[in-house]
Design a protein around this ligand. Sequence first.
Ligand code: ZN
Length: 142
Amino acid sequence: MLFKEFKIERILQGRLPKGSDILEGIGSFLKDKSIQKGMLSGIGAVSKARIGYYDQKDRVYKTMVFDEPMEILSLKGNISIKDSEPFVHIHGVFSKKDCSCVGGHIFEGTEVFAFEFEIAEFSGHVFKRAYDEETGLYLWAI
Ligand code: ZN
C-alpha cells in the first residue's frame, strides 16, 4: 500500500463563472493559488458534460458528451503533480431532468451553469504521478 499523511493547510471556497470549463477553471485557479496537493469537492449545475470511463482491457478512456442541462450532485477530485505541474483528477455524478444519473471521469468540455466548490490544500510532501505498467494509468508513485 502507498500512502502519505497530510495536514490541512487551508480551505478555499469559491464559484466558477457560468460558461467556464470545470477542468480548465479549477486548473487555472490551482496555478494562481500555487496549490499542488489537496482535495476538491463541489456541487451545482452544468449546461453540458463530457465524462467517461477507463476501459481496463483497451487501456483507453471512452468519453461521452451529454449536451443537456444537468445538476452536479457530487463532484470530487484530488490534486497532485503530473509532469511537474499541478494536476486535478475529478469524477462527477450528474442528474438529468428525470433525475436519472450519469457519471464518470470528467474531461474538458464540461461547461458550468453554476458551480460552487471547496478546495482543501494539504501541507506535506506532494504525491507525484508516474506511468503504471499494470494499469496503463498515471498513478501516484512517490
Ligand atoms: Zn478518473
